[in-house]
Design a protein around this ligand. Structure first.
Ligand SMILES: [Zn+2]
Length: 944
């Protein structure tokens, strides 16, 4: 034991002293998971291949490049990202939109399964969920990676078309935060290129660059020695490896190739204070960032990294718990504060402990002081042993959860891990190794060691401190100056602080004497079609048990019954709008909301009460281990939601800040108008407003909760996941069968939904600095809620999305975002089918975009694009296989069956296969002919 302690002390020293000692100390290296085939070709190309059967019969393909916008010259600002767009616009083996078209035939959807991103120091492309049945499909995906690596055409005519697309993307992102980041970065990075290289770049470059300039970037940086190929899935590893060697082995790296060099971030002796304001910023936000050197790669390779990651993780947890507790005090100057350890803003060459804080109005400087004071408190007094025990228990529980599910890790999880190994030297051991080491080291690290370790991350001086605020600009508001921010921070640093006192309630959620009288299971039956057992309980409640092995660490439960918000009238509208939040912020049993969080330390479970228009729910999830705690929480939501005035006051101030300035946000204004149109201006369905907060009555909300959950006999509890039946049955009797029931007949909901009739058109303008137009077209129709109609609605949305992407975005660059989605509104007696078509982008081209939205649906109602339908079907069939192994989807399938008598599972694939161009054509006609339609368009209007 003593030996081990010494060993850990050595590890700790390495963490603090750094790389130089790492080799000398000889901590064990973290071994790479032997299941991954890892290699490097002579030209420097790195590859990772792993066979994985979760999910079965699909694979993911990635190419990761360790270059991004930081490599751009001044004349290239924005071109790393522009190049990423060009990767889908013509290459050696896939001319035009060939990559998008080809992968769609495999059921791979552009934008989700087929996608890419560009950041400041990396560019990653992916093709995911490719069916592995045909080897030729896999070989084609490797060919796509090959084309991306060095076979892009970059044709002039394609570049010209894409300028508008990228310009539109900039418009979409051009909100207040984007504007302020751009102004703030040069100040946050004095003397560093990081201040001048936001990936979106300069529109003067995007609109005018010469194709040659783009080619220069491509040829200079996209080279095998800057690239990694990653393939994970149900594949033959040897074959993939041979193909990678064959396809990529011949690519040459020029003799004098430019090297990727790390861009340093200088330390700052004096604190940096940055203040930015913007008229469209809805609420103020400040950051306190304490810069530190990143963990050296040498340390990441050894076990020391487990200890470092653990220390910063528990420190963040403990600090966040303290912040949360502070907000319960009415005098607290902020509504929310959140701490995290990670990369300093954009740069991986510098880390930081970052605290983000939302000040109450007019309390900006006080909020900064409060945060700085907490940092000082930690530096001087550390954390307490009881806080640490909870954070430790939480950490170990999360590692335990991952370990439990180690044999069901998804392709995407491996893909991301290998990417991070290549780009950031993150270790990739087996889950067994991590589990074993974490459980070896953590018990040796007491709170004093952790306090010593983390003290150095918290500054109480000006050195390497960056304090930034983003504020809302408006007439009559006063703002702190950077000088005042400095004075406030320095004053807080000079204050005397006392140690934190941890108040904990040391009792179980339900005490012995409060343990309810057990009920019993009175009847049992089985549903062979959907594979579940149905139990009838002594209090009248129904429980459905479906055991699955999709995830070893997951059990989900949903309880539902009819009634919901529809049973309450106009005087309760404001209460109903915040019902879920208020109940979520309340206590349960003897526990206040803060005490509850402390009591749940080390548990992986949660429960919530939620209310819909026509139904009320309790939703819960857990690991198999914490099932009983989950059941207790659910029991308490039914029987004993307790008033927590402090937590309620905090929620109210959070909501107030969030809602107060919504009229400044184009998205919020648009969504408000659209919702009003969809429900014929019925105030019951209107979006929550700040005025609603004053009408909210906490006692009344608790009374509504009591009323909705008083009769457990009318509820059906659907439980899906990896539970042990012998364990769960007594828990069901102890907690669910014990719930009070009134013996009354089940409630029914009232039909309170209102819908517009005929065609409603609303074009309006909003004064905004965001040069972005938004258009929604919605077709509505009362249709029978059948499997066939569900499938057709979904297919219609996907089909139109394909058409819109090709016409609106790719051919005419009339909008950056466009698409369609189909679904049902079930908040009334009749099921209401809704088909929604959307475009967002350049205001000058908006009229054309709207024209094309109409044209797409009308043309296809006349003559449907059979080729596009084929691709939609391929995607839906593949998705069905994935959904069949998803616990949450099964909750949905079973509730739909129990609630509507509709089996959406058994004949799903058959129904998809039966779709024909004719039947879909007719379906679109039905939607068009219903005559109920909304056209809502918002155009930006320049401020004077
Ligand atoms: Zn983009």
């Amino acid at each position: 034991m003593k030996m081990k302690r010494l060993f850990v002390a050595a590890a700790l020293m390495i963490v603090s002293v750094g790389a130089a000692l790492a080799q000398e100390m000889q901590l064990p290296e973290i071994p790479m998971d032997p299941q991954v085939r890892y290699g490097k070709l002579d030209n420097g190309l790195t590859y990772y291949i792993r066979h994985n059967e979760y999910p079965e019969r699909v694979a993911n393909f990635y190419i990761a490049q360790r270059v991004g916008s930081i490599q751009e010259e001044e004349s290239q600002r924005g071109l790393a990202h522009f190049l990423e767009h060009m990767a889908f616009n013509g290459s050696d083996h896939f001319p035009g939109n060939g990559i998008i078209d080809y992968t769609r035939t495999l059921g791979v959807e552009f934008g989700s399964n087929l996608n890419a991103y560009t950041s400041i120091d990396q560019t990653v492309y992916r093709v995911c969920d490719v069916p592995t049945a045909r080897q030729s499909a896999l070989d084609s995906c490797l060919l796509i990676l090959k084309d991306w690596s060095n076979g892009l055409k970059l044709q002039k005519k394609e570049i010209v078309k894409e300028r508008d697309v990228v310009h539109n993307e900039w418009r979409m992102g051009e909100g207040p935060t984007q504007r302020m980041i751009q102004r703030a970065l040069p100040k946050a990075y004095p003397g560093s290129k990081y201040g001048e290289r936001m990936p979106i770049g300069l529109m003067s470059v995007i609109d005018n660059f010469k194709p040659k300039t783009l080619k220069q970037y491509y040829q200079k940086w996209y080279r095998p020695d800057n690239q990694a190929i990653i393939v994970v899935g149900d594949v033959d590893v040897d074959h993939i490896e041979a193909e990678i060697k064959r396809l990529f082995g011949g690519i040459k790296v020029p003799a004098n190739a430019a090297q990727v060099v790390a861009e340093p971030v200088p330390d700052n002796k004096e604190a940096i204070y940055i203040f930015e304001k913007d008229k469209e910023m809805p609420q103020n936000l400040a950051f306190v960032m304490m810069k530190t050197d990143p963990v050296p790669d040498e340390v990441k390779r050894t076990d020391a990294y487990f200890i470092q990651s653990y220390a910063v993780s528990v420190a963040s947890r403990m600090l966040n718990a303290r912040f949360n507790e502070l907000t319960q005090d009415a005098e607290c100057p902020f509504v929310q504060a959140q701490a995290d350890y990670g990369q300093y803003l954009l740069s991986k060459t510098k880390d930081n402990f970052e605290i983000m804080v939302y000040p109450k109005e007019g309390k900006d400087l006080e909020a900064l002081k409060a945060v700085v004071r907490e940092c000082k408190r930690i530096k001087e007094h550390g954390f307490t042993a009881t806080e640490y025990e909870r954070a430790k228990a939480d950490y170990l529980a999360s590692v335990e959860k991952q370990y439990t599910n180690r044999n069901k890790r998804k392709n995407a999880e491996f893909g991301d891990a290998y990417r991070d190994h290549y780009l950031d030297a993150e270790p990739i051991p087996t889950m067994e190794y991590t589990y074993e080491k974490v459980n070896m080291y953590v018990p040796m690290l007491n709170v004093d060691i952790i306090n010593q370790m983390v003290a150095e991350y918290f500054t109480n001086s000006q050195e390497n401190l960056v304090v930034m605020e983003w504020a809302r600009e408006a007439d009559g508001l006063s703002y702190p100056t950077e000088a005042q921010m400095k004075t406030a921070v320095e004053a807080a640093q000079a204050e005397a602080v006392e140690a934190y006192v941890d108040n904990v309630k040391d009792e179980p959620l339900i005490t012995e004497e409060n343990m309810p009288q057990k009920g019993s299971i009175v009847k049992e039956s089985e549903n062979k079609t959907l594979g579940y057992k149905e139990l009838k309980l002594s209090n009248g409640a129904t429980v459905i048990l479906k055991k699955t092995d999709f995830k070893d660490d997951e059990v989900r439960m949903q309880a539902f019954s009819k009634g919901g918000k529809s049973l309450y009238g106009e005087s309760d509208y404001s209460n109903l709008k915040f019902f879920d939040e208020v109940i979520g912020y309340s206590g349960i049993g003897n526990f206040s909301s803060t005490e509850l969080q402390k009591a749940l330390a080390g548990k992986n479970c949660n429960a919530d009460a939620n209310m819909g228009v026509t139904r009320q729910y309790v939703n819960a999830h857990s690991t198999p281990k914490d099932l009983e705690t989950m059941m207790q929480m659910a029991y308490l939501y039914f029987t004993n939601v307790s008033k927590d005035e402090k937590s309620f006051a905090n929620l109210k101030s959070q909501l107030e800040l969030a809602l107060k300035n919504q009229h400044l946000q184009p998205q919020a204004v648009f969504s408000d108008t659209l919702t009003n149109m969809m429900y014929a201006y019925n105030p019951r369905f209107a979006q929550p407003k700040v005025e609603d907060l004053d009408k909210m009555d906490y006692d009344r909300i608790l009374a509504i909760a009591k009323d909705r959950y008083k009769n457990a006999g009318q509820f059906t509890f659907v439980i899906v996941g990896n539970f042990d039946e012998q364990t769960i049955r007594p828990l069901i009797e102890q907690y669910i069968a014990a719930l009070p029931a009134t013996g009354d007949k089940p409630d029914q909901f009232r039909d309170v939904r209102t819908m517009p009739t005929g065609k409603k058109v609303n074009h309006f303008t909003m004064k905004t600095d965001q040069p972005n137009a938004m258009s929604y077209l919605i077709w509505m129709n009362k249709l029978p809620y059948t499997l066939e109609n569900i499938v057709k609605m979904d297919a219609a949305g996907q089909l139109l999305s394909q058409i819109y992407l090709a016409t609106i975005r790719e051919e005419e660059s009339a909008a950056y975002t466009c698409g369609a989605v189909g679904g049902f509104d079930l908040s009334g007696t009749d099921a209401m089918a809704r088909l929604i078509a959307v475009s967002q982008g350049n205001p000058e081209k908006n009229a054309r975009a709207v024209e094309l939205l109409y044209k797409g649906i009308r043309d296809n109602a006349q003559k449907l694009d059979a080729d596009a339908l084929q691709k939609v079907k391929a995607y839906m069939l593949k998705q069905a296989d994935e959904d069949a192994k998803n616990n949450a989807k099964w909750i949905n399938i079973i509730t739909t069956w129990k609630d509507y008598g509709l089996d959406t599972y058994t004949n799903y694939k058959k129904t998809v296969e039966a779709l024909t161009p004719q039947s879909m054509q007719q379906f679109l006609q039905t939607m068009l002919n219903s005559g109920s339609q909304i056209e809502c368009v918002m155009m930006p209007e320049a401020k004077e």
